[in-house]
Design a protein around this ligand. Structure first.
Ligand code: NAP
Ligand code: GDD
Length: 331
């Protein structure tokens, strides 16, 4: 009998890669989407004949209960969230409703419909924020630096609490930054690789960025969704850090991306103080030894390989797009 899984956030970067992974393993996949006035399926277009789409919104408790009752999944991957850190200062209440209470709603739905459903909660290295320890592992204390980070700390602890209170198989994956050609355009890796493509093809002549000194432990999203699945296949639920263990600065990112296209980045990068965050996470680097030994997980794509993959995909995409489709503003 094939397993059934619900993915919330299936239209997002990770949701699309996870849906591909679960389909390859023979799962029946149900993607939960919130209502929009127009479909937002560009990342899962190639999967629409193999997955089922059902409506649900993290703001609406009954919609989640109905979804879980109808599908009766073996596993639920809760990837839906407001995931862009700067937007969380603009909309802190909504961020809390989606990312913190939204998770409580999912946990309540599982508890009421079928407590045997296994839950993956998408936690984040943003919880470590102003880091208390280098590198960060499962025992590192949290110090979030944004409403987004704070909301994810709540989500992490409510997941742990429901596991301990109600004996649910609920796990929290503390994933460091992971990227791909499907990354949203506002995140720094994709902003840079798309910017490089536009400059190379004569569609732009500059790229504005904020803090070039911030550094992140960047990996490939396709590798990270494998870790999500592995966490739900264990004998007992536990929380894991997922990271490459290598950190690079935004400046390194810019050098690799422009260099790959044969461009001198210093001619094109402008710094813009409005892109500096009210409170910054300066340096993240993860220690994923526990996941490597207990889950047998490891990354397959290194940082230069990831950035080259993204630049190549953007060069192809921008070249194929009509000029009228160019973005009107730089985020
Ligand atoms: P993403 O591309 O921004 O996708 C977010 C998804 O959440 C989208 O499908 C979005 O739907 C959905 N969503 C947002 N609000 C919703 C609501 N109220 N109800 C239902 N769906 C809603 O994010 P991602 O990079 O794939 O990340 C997936 C998860 O991992 C997020 O929880 C993120 O915070 C977390 N995370 C990401 C990283 C990373 O580096 N990528 C690292 C650590 C943790 P629409 O298409 O309708 O907007
Ligand atoms: N977005 C963006 N745009 N970031 C910039 C820019 C810019 O123009 N210039 C410099 N940066 C710096 C940011 O200040 C930050 O230190 C770093 O680049 C990474 O920013 P993002 O790519 O926006 O990602 P993030 O680290 O804030 O958050 C992502 O990773 C988290 C895991 O650590 C998101 O995917 C979160 O959802 C995720 O939880």
């Amino acid at each position: 009998m094939s397993k059934r899984a619900i993915i919330t956030g299936v239209t997002g970067q990770d949701g699309s890669y996870l849906a591909e992974l679960l389909l390859s393993k023979g799962y029946e996949v149900v993607g939960a989407v919130r209502r929009a006035s127009a479909p937002n399926f560009w990342r899962i277009q190639h999967l629409l004949d193999r997955i089922t789409i059902k409506p649900a919104d993290l703001l609406d408790q009954l919609s989640i209960i109905r979804l879980v009752e109808e599908v009766r999944p073996h596993e639920l991957y809760n990837l839906a969230a407001m995931s862009f850190v700067p937007a969380s200062w603009d909309q802190p209440m909504l961020t809390g409703e989606f990312n913190a209470q939204g998770v409580t709603r999912v946990l309540e739905a599982i508890r009421h419909v079928d407590p045997s459903i296994r839950l993956y909660q998408a936690s984040s290295s943003e919880m470590f924020g102003k880091v208390r320890q280098v590198p960060q592992n499962e025992l590192t204390p949290f110090y979030p630096r944004s409403p987004y980070g704070v909301s994810k700390v709540f989500a992490h602890y409510i997941t742990v609490n429901y596991r301990e209170s109600y004996d649910l198989f609920a796990v929290s994956g503390m994933l460091f930054n992971h990227e791909s050609p499907r990354r949203g355009l506002e995140f720094v890796t994709r902003k840079v690789t798309e910017g490089v493509a536009r400059i190379k093809l004569g569609r732009a002549d500059k790229l504005s960025l904020g803090n070039l000194d911030a550094s992140r432990d960047w990996g490939f999203a396709g590798d990270y969704v494998k870790a999500m699945w592995l966490m739900l296949q264990q004998d007992r639920p536990d929380d894991y850090v997922i990271a490459t263990g290598i950190s690079h600065s935004v400046r390194d990112l810019v050098q690799v991306a422009f260099g790959h296209a044969g461009l001198d980045w210093q001619k094109y990068i402008k710094t813009d103080s409005t892109l500096i965050r009210p409170a910054e996470v300066e340096h993240l680097i993860g220690d994923s030894s526990k996941a490597r030994s207990e889950l047998g997980w490891g990354p397959s794509v290194d940082f230069p390989g990831l950035i080259r993959m993204m630049v190549d995909a953007d060069l192809e995409r921008v070249a194929a797009a009509p000029q009228s489709a160019d973005r009107l503003s730089t985020l």
